[in-house]
Design a protein around this ligand. Structure first.
Ligand SMILES: *Cc1c(COP(=O)(O)O)cnc(C)c1O
Length: 240
C-alpha cells in the first residue's frame, strides 16, 4: 500500500469527505472479510467550529470526538442535538472530568483506575451512564499516554466497583508515520490484548469495541480488527 497524501484527498466539502471515508471503511472491512456495520466512524471535530459539526450532522454523521474536556463541554451544550453521540478521546485530567461526565457518551482515554472512580462519581450524581475504553500504550513512545498491557487486568477488576460506567473495550494510538503499514504490528498488539482479556467480561465489563485508526492509518486498523475509527483531518481538513 502506498502512503496516502491527505492534502490531495481532502476536499473543502465535509459531506464529500464523509462519503469518501465511508466508502474506504466499507472497502477495508470487505477485503478483510468483515461486516462494515461493525465499524463506527467517529468524526474528530477538535479545534473545528460548531458549523463544521452541524454540516457533518446534516450529512448523517452522529458520532463526534473531542480531545479537550472544556471544548467538548461547550460543543455538547451549544449543539445540543438529541441524536449526537459525544466521545472524549484526549488526555484526562481528574479535575476536569466534572465538565463532561454528566453527559458524554463515551470516554476512550482512560489509562488509570483513578479516572474510573471520578467518572463514576460524576455520572452517578446525574443519573448518567458512560461507556469507557481503556487506553493502552501500543507505540512505546513516552509522550503517548495509556496504560501498559500488563496493567489491564488490574484496571478492569477495579472497574467492577463502578455501576455508572461500562468498560466497552480498548483504545490505542499508533506512532505517526507516513506509511501506515509500519504500524500494523501496533494494531495487532492491541487486538491481541483485547482478545486476551475477553474472559473478564461480565457485569459492567463488556469488551466489544476496539478504538484504533486515524486519518492516516484507519484502513490498516480496520484490517486488524478496529470497531471504532477516529478520523479528523480527512473529514474536516487540516488543523492549524
Ligand atoms: C486528533 C485525534 C484523532 C484524529 O486525528 P486525524 O489524524 O486528524 O484523523 C484521533 N484520535 C485522537 C486521540 C486524536 O487526538
Amino acid at each position: 500500500m502506498h502512503a496516502l497524501n491527505l492534502k490531495t484527498m481532502v476536499t473543502d466539502d465535509i459531506k464529500t469527505n464523509l462519503e469518501e471515508i465511508r466508502n474506504r471503511i466499507t472497502a477495508a472491512a470487505e477485503r478483510s472479510g468483515r461486516d462494515p456495520k461493525e465499524i463506527t466512524l467517529i468524526a474528530v471535530s477538535k479545534t473545528k467550529p460548531n458549523e463544521a459539526i452541524l454540516e457533518a450532522i446534516n450529512a448523517g454523521q452522529l458520532h463526534f470526538g473531542e480531545n479537550r474536556m472544556q471544548e467538548l463541554q461547550s460543543k455538547m451544550d451549544e449543539i445540543d442535538h438529541s441524536g449526537a453521540q459525544w466521545h472524549m478521546i484526549g488526555t484526562m485530567q481528574s479535575n476536569k472530568i466534572k465538565y463532561i461526565a454528566h453527559r458524554v457518551n463515551w470516554i476512550h482515554s482512560v489509562g488509570k483506575a483513578k479516572y474510573l472512580k471520578e467518572i463514576d462519581k460524576r455520572a452517578n450524581q446525574n443519573n448518567h451512564h458512560v461507556n469507557v475504553l481503556i487506553q493502552v500504550n501500543i507505540s512505546d513512545e513516552d509522550q503517548k499516554s495509556g496504560c501498559e498491557i500488563t496493567d489491564l487486568e488490574a484496571i478492569l477488576s477495579k472497574a467492577k466497583d463502578y455501576s455508572n460506567i461500562t468498560v466497552k473495550g480498548l483504545m490505542g494510538m499508533a506512532r505517526f508515520v507516513d506509511d501506515p503499514e509500519e504500524v500494523r504490528d501496533e494494531f495487532k498488539l492491541l487486538k491481541s490484548a483485547f482478545d486476551a482479556h475477553q474472559h473478564l467480561n461480565g457485569g459492567n465489563i463488556d469488551l466489544t469495541e476496539l478504538s484504533m485508526g486515524m486519518s492516516n492509518d484507519f484502513e490498516v486498523a480496520i484490517e486488524e480488527g478496529s470497531t471504532m475509527v477516529r478520523i479528523g483531518s480527512a473529514i474536516f481538513g487540516a488543523r492549524n
